[in-house]
Design a binder for this molecule. Structure first.
Ligand code: 7PJ
Length: 279
């Protein structure tokens, strides 16, 4: 079952209610809001608005991991992410940094980031050590393949068993490296080397993943699978994203990673009023 709390640097999140991570992409090319916040002043405004709207964490990403994306140079990623992370952390906002690079992790932690969100599950050489040397939270995500090619015919024998085993293996590696279990979050990585059918199977199996004892994060906001289900373009996926967030939370997700914070917070308030506390 979901543990009662998550420790992320100076922040401690009570997980008896679902938490919201607001997405701040600071890349010129992200698939949904890419380019829109690629200006530091606007990015700061947007992050502050998401925090005021009830985001518990702001996830800053400076490397596009959308399907087909090319890798980002280290210096570009540092320049996009670190000043923003430092400013927001200095305002008491819980900042998560979405990166696969140990150098960015270390700089983010030094700048006050409360969480490292790694779509590569800290597999890069030095990533585990960079996080272990801090008290930041870590989000371990499953990805099959690499962003450049991951949507080319992804295949699994048993997607739930494979994703679960991978994530638990990475959690074990984290604990062995000195990262306390209370700092670890698991994420099945919707859309990262997964078809719509895989994503739906994983969504239905979220309770199984949550039963491992780590909080589960679900990222479905505006994703392609929601477009496949509704026929809507990326800017018209808010209702689908809200439905997906509620479906994930109802199956045990502790944190939802979303673009539309205000709307998601409202939807979760209604869900929580009906449901009462979750544990
Ligand atoms: C995810 C992510 C996700 C985690 C992205 C997008 C694509 N990190 N980074 N989980 N997705 N933990 O924002 O749609 O699902 S980038």
């Amino acid at each position: 079952m979901t543990p009662p709390a998550l420790h992320c640097g100076p922040h401690r999140f009570d997980l008896t209610r679902p938490r919201v991570m607001g997405i701040l992409n600071v890349t010129p090319d992200s698939f949904s809001d890419g380019g829109r916040f690629f200006d530091a002043a606007r990015a700061l405004d947007h992050a502050r608005r998401m925090a005021a709207d009830g985001a518990d964490l702001i996830d800053i990403g400076g490397e596009s991991t959308r399907p087909g994306a090319a890798p980002t140079a280290l210096d570009d990623e540092l320049a996009r992410v670190i000043p923003l992370a430092a400013t927001l952390a200095g305002e008491g906002i819980a900042v998560s940094v979405d990166t696969r690079k140990p150098e960015v992790m270390r700089a983010a932690i030094a700048a006050g980031a409360a969480m490292i969100n790694d779509v590569g599950a800290l597999a890069a050489p030095g990533a585990l050590e960079a996080c272990a040397a801090s008290d930041a939270g870590v989000c371990l995500m499953h990805m099959r393949g690499e962003p450049g090619t991951m949507q080319q015919a992804p295949a699994y024998d048993d997607v739930v068993a494979e994703v679960r085993a991978f994530l638990l293996g990475r959690a074990k590696a984290c604990v062995a490296a000195g990262i306390a279990p209370s700092r670890i979050v698991l994420d099945p990585g919707f859309g990262f080397g997964k078809t719509l059918a895989h994503n739906l199977t994983l969504m239905r199996a979220l309770p199984e993943l949550a039963a491992a004892g780590y909080p589960v994060l679900a990222g479905l906001s505006r994703k392609r699978s929601l477009g496949e289900l509704t026929g809507r373009g990326v800017d018209e996926r808010l209702p689908a994203s809200l439905a997906a967030a509620l479906a994930a939370v109802a199956r045990g997700a502790a944190i939802v990673r979303v673009h539309d914070v205000r709307e998601t917070v409202d939807a979760l308030k209604v869900w929580l009023a009906v449901e009462g506390s979750r544990s």
